[in-house]
Design a protein around this ligand. Sequence first.
Ligand SMILES: Cc1ncc(COP(=O)(O)O)c(C=O)c1O
Length: 374
Amino acid sequence: MVEPNLFFNPNVEALPKYNAGLTVAAARAASGREFIARLGSNENPHGCSPAVLEALRKVEFSRYSDPGCEALRAALGAHLGVDPAQIVIGNGSEEMIAAASRAFLKQGATALTVAPSFGLHEIEPLAVGAKVVKVSMTPELGFDIAGLESALAAAPNLFLLPSPWNPVGAALDGPELERVIQATSPATMFLLDEAYREFTSSRIPDGLAALRQSGRPHIVLRTFSKAFGLAGLRVGYAICSSERIARMLSAAKTPFNVNAMAQAAAVAALADQQWMRESAALVLKERERVRLALQAMGLPVAPSEGNFLFVDLQRGSAEVAAALLKQGVIVKPWLEPKYNTFIRASIGSAEENDLFLSSLAGILKPAARYAAAR
Ligand SMILES: Cc1ncc(COP(=O)(O)O)c(C=O)c1O
């Protein structure tokens, strides 16, 4: 195909590829196994509340969905104590990262995030021509608060901060959050991505409450993909510090972005907090078991407030991930330079976690023996 006259947007053409978790079909093909441990995308291994399945049966999907997501915004507004006019629903919270980048950045603007980064916190700003500055994690595998404070002094246009931090797992405690908020200029849009909020311990403050109290312009992102178990339906949301900011995000998305099934499912999921809490508690119990088993293998594991663990394999993680895949285990090898000895493993069912741990032990053992013999 000859395309010499086409304009290819160089911002888009140069984008790094999003490192998406592999599909079950790919893992079955690579392993020849039926049972797959799906630990690549931080999903909920328990599925979703039965109330969601009931709600889905009643959806009239021959009709367009509500472009304003009125019922879901009203339910979220009541649940969070926020004016629904300040809430925007996305086709996954990822759509709100794209919308915020379109709304608050332009060619030559600056976005600030952390490294290792959640891919879209970098890809979406780059897509609109912004520069991305990243503050690296500390040797203790946590946030570099002083580094963030000095980067924030330059007043970036958009500050994208995940807490809990995908892929690392750390979450800002009260004093850390306060320092970061205080360091943020009123000229910076603070986007706090709380996709994993429901898994955090009581030590971790509610970022939405802290930002609302601060009076700083902000967007807080949350999602139904993780603790609520609706990843495949694609529904997340942005809570904005003003109606004007919410209108900006709405204008930057497509009009019928959230399908009717996703809207109905999210309303039902939100109403069943008990299912979500019980499911998250089981995940946290498994997370502790997996963390201890990994540590017993001599592997450094970052403290985690999410449903995943960031593990330093101390060797190229892509090869280990490929070997795991042959045994039916999907994890995410981190590919960013400097972090490419790490994998991120989601916490799955006990059976999935067992397959991961036994496969990993088998893969790492010969190398450990070899190192010991030298
Ligand atoms: C930090 C963070 N933000 C946003 C998302 C996007 O989630 P979704 O689009 O499914 O709501 C993810 C997904 O893994 C994530 O880890």
